[in-house]
Design a binder for this molecule. Structure first.
Ligand code: FES
Length: 211
């Protein structure tokens, strides 16, 4: 049987570049794919002098294409300005890998989304966001739609884990439909805070569990 991957994909899968975590990252994001439930985390260091990505690393919790695209996207982004890195497309990522099978297109979309979300996280934390629209319940819900439910591999909105969202005076309260001693409660809490606290007008995020 012929392997559906190009030599380049296999090479990046076997020897992925820039794997790991940056503990003192300036921007970071974990995103999941609704198509398959896989995830990728991207960490960036930014040189504030010229807004260039001085370092970038990724962790993949997915398939061979996910690993290979994480590897190629970090290579493409390193040394670029934030604006340049933001405009890297999934087609470029896939082309740089010598093409991906059609059924695996979402894997490169996921890697690009991870990079863009890490840049967005950096911009939000550094007051560089131009859109100053007040945060609404819908905005919060959309962000929670990117937090994965480790029990199912789908996001926490689709799997009905979000019981309540309340916004008052810059404080966002989210009630999660899980007992607080659940094995994944600490991870979910951390992810939720991470996704919401960087919104420009949010001062505090409170995560509560139902039991
Ligand atoms: Fe899930 Fe590739 S199959 S990212």
């Amino acid at each position: 049987m012929k392997f559906p991957y190009s030599e380049k994909v296999l090479e990046h899968f076997r020897n992925p570049r820039n794997v790991g975590k940056i503990d003192d990252a300036d921007g970071k994001a974990t995103v999941g794919s609704p198509a398959c439930g896989d995830m990728v985390a991207v960490y960036i260091k930014v040189d504030p002098k010229d807004s260039r990505i001085s370092d970038v690393k990724f962790e993949s919790y997915g398939c061979a294409s996910n690993i290979a695209t994480g590897s190629i996207i970090t290579e493409l982004a390193k040394g670029r300005t934030l604006e340049e890195a933001k405009s890297i497309t999934w087609t470029q990522a896939s082309d740089a890998l010598g093409g991906l099978p059609k059924i695996k297109a979402h894997c490169s979309v996921l890697a690009v989304d991870g990079l863009r979300s890490a840049i967005q996280n950096y911009e939000e934390k550094h007051g560089l966001v131009k859109d100053m629209t007040p945060t609404t319940v819908d905005v919060v819900r959309r962000r929670l739609g990117k937090v994965m439910n480790p029990l199912t591999g789908l996001d926490m909105v689709r799997t009905n884990l979000v019981k309540e969202i309340e916004i008052k005076d810059g404080e966002v309260k989210i009630v999660v439909d899980l007992p607080d001693n659940h094995q994944f409660a600490p991870n979910i809490k951390e992810e939720v805070i991470d996704k919401i606290e960087s919104l420009w007008d949010v001062k505090k995020v409170v995560v509560e569990f139902t039991e």
